[in-house]
Design a protein. Structure first.
Length: 173
């Protein structure tokens, strides 16, 4: 046993009675964790968004079979200049689009308030339940945008056009 900073520690760095050393984050999974609050409830009657877990992290499922979905984040709280996220379509639904909007102030670089991307279907996004494993995640699943003139009241809105889509690893900086 070693004494360090007035606490007893084991030779492997654990604190006696403290449960051991915190594990290092897995660098292969960290990109899929969002740094904004993702939905913790579902709205299957009006906006058709659902809380789900993708690759171990709280994520967003939009739409249901043949029905579009939409969800708007909480206010960002402070000015942000970059938005990035991953998104995929339901397995077999390559003709699904996702529109991302800035509401409450701000635009994307170039002056647009919205961007639309075509989603690639992923076989890991299928079946019943709310837990999905998206593997592999490919370069075309990743989207990154520069934000201009956002405010503390700005929000990010995600919408699919006609089918199910998933959004995960949302980061605003």
């Amino acid at each position: 046993m070693l004494i360090d900073d007035a606490s007893l520690k084991t030779e492997d760095g654990g604190i006696v009675g403290g449960g051991g050393v915190e594990p290092e984050p897995d660098p292969d999974l960290e990109p899929y964790e969002s740094d904004i609050v993702m939905p913790t409830t579902s709205d299957s009657k009006v906006d058709f968004y659902y809380n789900c877990t993708i690759n171990g992290f709280a994520s967003l499922k939009l739409g249901k079979n043949g029905t579009a979905g939409t969800w708007t984040s909480d206010a960002l709280g402070v000015v942000k200049t970059k938005l990035s996220f991953y998104s995929v379509a339901w397995t077999g639904k390559n003709d699904t689009s996702l529109t991302v909007e800035i509401v409450g102030g701000g635009t994307f670089e170039g002056g647009e308030v919205s961007k639309t991307v075509n989603l690639a279907a992923n076989t890991g996004f299928s079946g019943s339940g709310s837990t999905f494993t998206i593997v592999p995640v490919v370069d075309t699943d990743y989207h990154e945008y520069t934000l201009i003139g956002t405010t503390a009241n700005s929000k990010i809105k995600f919408s699919t056009d006609k089918e199910r889509g998933a959004v995960f690893g949302v980061k605003v900086k």
